[in-house]
Design a protein around this ligand. Structure first.
Ligand code: UDP
Length: 471
């Protein structure tokens, strides 16, 4: 039976955008029986991405439209955010053509944060406009409030002596400011301000968090005397976390190996879809894991100078053979009994869902953080790019579900002893801090489940939004 509302979602390139958009579409179509069309702007450079798109198309729960590439041949911008913003701007006419070719155009458009310029098309076709923030509420607060910082703060944010204030929210330490706001002379800075204003122009914002996790920030965003002055209504509907790629978690060697390890004995090490380490840092991580004497699964990528060096090349296969050769000599042989090294890409939600996994060493991308939380695992957070420093501060210092290094991994070489100590802290140490972090991980898992269950805060918010869609 066709429902009244037809919802279109538009997702920008990158697995961290694509996965949550597809998961949101799945929930809208299965839990709320809406007709959904997902417009995907692919990065066109990743075999993992191709597989994900093909799987979504084959599942047939909603319509998947891959938009053709825009001409980017004249673009010299090199920052990820700058390129993403330009890519999505150039897709606005392409999206317009796709919508006008539909026999019954959607009545609602949900755009991810890089796609908010497509609201111009929503206006033309009389569609309601919603933004989907696949990150957390603190990041959203930064995005909508950045325009005020821009007017009121003199000089670079990173040079400020005091934390940057956001009404009703935790202040942001200058060193935690999100990457695209670090240098106010760069193109990506002005692009982020525009995107923040685009979010503010929507009818509502869906954010991938839940009330019990970020109550104060969400309350401020919805308070018309605080951030509600500049923000549309915000609905926390998370955690929206992707289901494993295969029910059995894959039949590969990795999952066979995992199935033989003791319960909660393995730490899973991964730096997201784009994270890379320097050669020196990779060496320290390898020795640190070895010194920790813990079992591990490590998704290894060839070292790069930039910490987001693999952002658009996830799992393209060309580096498969070369990643392991950057590990210290003899490392693979010495750790063969306790460790498993994967090149480039693993089915992360399946790995984290394995009963053998008891900890997560993560770059603290928000999808990864939620995948850790919903599996009840404590984390070592290792922020590399984008908004990950904010996430790491929240997870380690505010919520207490993670440990982090004393220095930022992008500023200093973190040595093997410190790495081993962090791993042991969350995996084995029986001191008060280690115990509290592990207990917090289980508590948050329960809290997340409760928010999504019937009667929970996110369940309720999701139902409110769907009602606003006209169903
Ligand atoms: N991911 C995965 N396998 C990998 C690396 C990443 O399945 O080897 C998935 C991960 O589960 C998450 C997404 O890619 O859903 C990455 O999103 P996140 O927000 O954590 O970080 P980003 O890659 O966008 O920095």
């Amino acid at each position: 039976m066709e429902s009244a509302a037809h919802v279109a979602l538009i997702s920008s390139p990158g697995m961290g955008h694509l996965f949550p958009a597809l998961e949101l579409a799945t929930r809208l179509s299965t839990h709320h029986r809406l007709t959904v069309t997902v417009f995907i702007v692919p990065s066109h450079s990743s075999s993992a991405e191709n597989k994900v798109i093909a799987t979504a198309q084959a599942a047939g729960l909603f319509t998947v439209v891959e938009l053709p590439p825009a001409d980017m041949s004249d673009v010299t911008e090199s920052s990820i955010v700058g390129r993403l913003a330009i890519t999505m701007r150039r897709h606005v006419p392409i999206f317009r053509s796709a919508v006008s070719a539909m026999t019954s155009p959607p009545s609602v458009l949900i755009a991810d944060i890089f796609a908010v310029e497509s609201f111009a098309v929503a206006d033309e076709f009389d569609m309601a406009k919603y933004t989907f923030v696949a990150s957390n509420a603190w990041f959203l607060a930064v995005m909508v409030y950045a325009q005020v910082w821009d007017r009121e703060i003199v000089g670079q944010y990173v040079d400020q002596k005091e934390p940057l204030q956001i009404p009703g929210c935790e202040p942001v330490r200058p060193c935690d400011v999100i990457d695209p706001l670090l240098d106010r002379t760069e193109l990506q800075y002005s692009e982020i301000l525009k995107l923040g204003m685009g979010i503010a122009s929507s009818d509502g914002v869906l954010v991938n968090t839940w009330d019990e996790l970020q109550h104060r920030t969400l309350a401020s965003l919805n308070d018309r005397y605080l951030l509600g002055k500049i923000s549309p209504p915000v609905y926390s509907i998370g955690p929206i976390v992707r289901q494993p790629g295969s029910k059995k978690g894959g039949s590969s060697e990795l999952f066979n190996w995992l199935s033989k390890q003791p319960s909660e004995s393995v730490i899973y090490v991964s730096f997201g879809s784009g994270g890379t380490l320097s050669f020196e840092q990779m060496t320290e991580v390898a020795h640190g894991l070895e010194m920790s004497k813990q079992r591990f699964v490590w998704v290894v990528r060839a070292p790069k100078v930039r910490s987001d060096g693999a952002y658009f090349t996830t799992g393209d296969g060309s580096e498969e053979q070369s990643s392991a050769k950057f590990l210290p000599e003899g490392f693979l042989e010495r750790t063969s009994e306790v460790g498993f090294v994967v090149s480039m890409w693993a089915d992360q939600t399946a790995v984290l869902g394995s009963p053998a996994v008891g900890g997560f060493f993560t770059h603290s991308g928000w999808n990864s953080a939620l995948e850790g939380i919903t599996n009840g695992v404590p984390m070592v957070v290792w922020p590399l790019y984008a908004e990950q420093r904010l996430n790491a501060t929240m997870l380690a210092e505010e919520i207490g579900v993670a440990v982090r290094s004393k220095e930022l991994p992008t500023k200093a070489l973190i040595e093997r002893e410190e790495i081993a100590a962090m791993v042991r802290k969350i995996m084995v140490e029986e001191d008060d801090e280690g115990k509290a972090i592990r207990a917090k991980a289980k508590e948050l898992q329960r809290s997340a489940e409760k928010a999504l269950a019937e009667g929970g805060s996110s369940y309720h918010n999701f139902a409110r939004v769907v009602k606003l869609f006209g169903c």
